[in-house]
Design a protein. Sequence first.
Length: 277
Amino acid sequence: MAEVKIADIKKLREMTGAGMMDCKNALEEANLDFDRAVELIRERGKAIANKRADREASEGVVLAATSKCGCAGAIVALNCETDFVAKNADFIGLAQKILNAALEAGTKDLEVLKELVIEGRKVSELVTERSGVTGEKMQLSYFARVDAPLVASYIHPGNKLATVVGVNKKDANPELVREIAIQVAGMNPVAIDANSLPEEIRKREFEIGKEQARLEGKPEQILEKIAEGRLQKFIKENVLMQQEFFVKDTKDSVEQYLAKVDKDLKVVAMQRYTLVD
């Protein structure tokens, strides 16, 4: 058997991202045939992924980024089993590589993203191979994209929560748009404005308000009026444009603040994803 040298191990590690001992063992088994060694590491990844398919992968990272043109943004979530792996630089680097490739390719769908080819390998294969390196189940669990004249992104410290926000004017202040993305991260709005609030949420909150008023002993003839008032309070607290713009430390709503900056400036898209809510 040919002697496996440190330089050989480092070369295979650079090719695969696998651990030093995994690379050494693969090279020994492959008798220094690098192509075969790479295949052995990939096969190990598939075996581990299959073995741990029923395990819960609730840890991981959520990353967001914008395209070079500033006209698109995306969020990706890559899950693993432990926080230890989630903090690993190679794991985070894989998530970032997937995110960057998705933005460049114009990918809009999670299933399409899994089939996207990066450096000759499908994204799904790269995730499986990384699973083999760490010995943990991994899965690409979320992807969303926003296209707008100007898009900003925000990643909350810890890489567990990220947002992207798009506005209707390319010449808007990018920092202001990023502050809106921070608002979305912190306040978790359910809609951009009252008009886009899903009807099922509107009806649910109205009925909740009505039932609460009834339980409080309010007269039947004013229940709907009370319910409408409570619905409006819900909208003020949970709809982005009606929320107080806390990032700016002002009593103005996001809508009021933007109107002072530019009366035509509007938020047209937002996405938020977290592993911890």
